[in-house]
Design a binder for this molecule. Structure first.
Ligand code: F6R
Length: 252
């Protein structure tokens, strides 16, 4: 079942998403959170840091598993996803860093790293809540449009559109890694609940295709229609192509 919550703008999206994550952690202090990087969740992480600083949130029992990492980048590279998570969340809250997990992009044997990552996620019992952003082409993690849904964590070739979208964060397009390690669709779907954050008109078509169209590997996020517990928090611009009579829509 998919529950779509419409917010006025990015800031409200961030506040609503942070409240959902905070509720998860409050109700289950030992929660396993699946986390995402990218521009979209930055405001959500800021809200979570604020709640921690105000004494309203305690991360001491939380473990995390991130979706993906660029292949070839070590955690100290300022564009690595490990670095992103440290600077946007982990360095600012009372989480035990030893319980935060991001695939190791610098691993010499990527295939072994992917297998180990799936074992780690399975060993933790899967994420209680998996936060996801969405690509303009409907990708989740780095699962790009294709002919199949890949189950486990794997190495992917990034598409030209993803390389172009991410080039803004690197000194030049040439520096964007061409490959990444990403949780597979099976790993993502093993989460007990999924929270998607998405904003902006540029994602409107992907939102419509993912939640109102056929389930197809050409739109990887469309698989979420088969998950029992998905909440999408999206701003009005991202929902501009979805017919919503109210600010909340349930797609059963
Ligand atoms: C990031 C990730 C990606 C992003 C997606 C959207 O860990 O897995 O799927 O969520 O590319 O990125 P932004 O938020 O930068 O538009």
């Amino acid at each position: 079942m998919i529950r779509i919550i419409k917010t006025a703008d990015y800031d409200e999206m961030s506040r609503v998403a942070a409240r959902i994550i905070a509720a998860q952690v409050t109700l289950k202090p030992q929660s396993i959170l699946g986390l995402a990087t990218g521009s979209t969740p930055i405001g959500t992480y800021e809200e979570l840091v604020e709640k921690y600083r105000d004494g309203r949130l305690d991360f001491s029992g939380v473990s995390t598993v991130n979706l993906d990492e660029y292949k070839g980048l070590g955690g100290d590279h300022d564009q690595s996803y490990r670095y992103f998570m440290n600077t946007h969340l982990f360095d600012h809250v009372n989480i035990d860093k030893a319980r935060t997990h991001v695939p190791n992009g610098a691993a010499a044997d990527s295939a072994a790293e992917c297998r180990a990552y799936d074992e780690l996620v399975a060993g933790l019992g899967g994420a209680d809540l998996q936060l996801l952003g969405m690509g303009h082409n409907g990708h989740i993690g780095f699962n790009e449009p294709g002919s199949t849904f890949v189950k486990g964590t794997h190495v992917v070739d990034l598409t030209e559109s993803t390389i172009n979208a991410n080039a803004r964060l690197f000194a030049s397009r040439d520096e964007v890694p061409r490959q990444a390690l990403t949780m597979g669709i099976g790993t993502i779907m093993s989460a007990k609940s999924i929270l998607v954050v998405v904003n902006g008109e540029g994602k409107a078509q992907a939102v419509k295709d993912s939640f109102c169209g056929p389930i197809t590997p050409e739109v990887q996020a469309s698989i979420l229609q088969l998950h029992a517990n998905v909440t999408v928090v999206a701003d009005a611009a991202a929902l501009s192509l979805v017919e919503m009579g109210a600010n909340e829509l349930i797609i059963a």
